[in-house]
Design a protein. Structure first.
Length: 87
């Protein structure tokens, strides 16, 4: 097996449906949500929405550059949503 090619994250595209999707979700404070395959695309969007609604999100991915990048983005989101978060 050769070295895997470097990963280039797709550009973010503003969604006309995402705000309405998040708005319709119930509050998830105190809930734990596990999402598989959430490095990009639908899985990542679901993780972001669940976090915005207050859930503790467990991101289940294979070790990869994409998984590391998704985790870093999730940490930034968590910091923005919960400035008093303690690890």
């Amino acid at each position: 097996m050769g070295a895997s090619p470097s990963y280039n994250k797709p550009r973010e595209v503003a969604s006309q449906h995402y705000p309405a999707y998040v708005e319709k979700l119930p509050a998830l404070t105190g809930r734990v949500v596990a999402v598989t395959g959430c490095t990009t695309g639908t899985g990542y969007v679901v993780c972001r929405a669940m976090a915005q609604k207050g859930a503790h999100v467990v991101m289940l991915n294979r070790p990869s550059e994409r998984a590391t990048a998704a985790e870093a983005q999730a940490q930034i989101l968590k910091s923005a949503l919960y400035s008093d978060f303690v690890q």
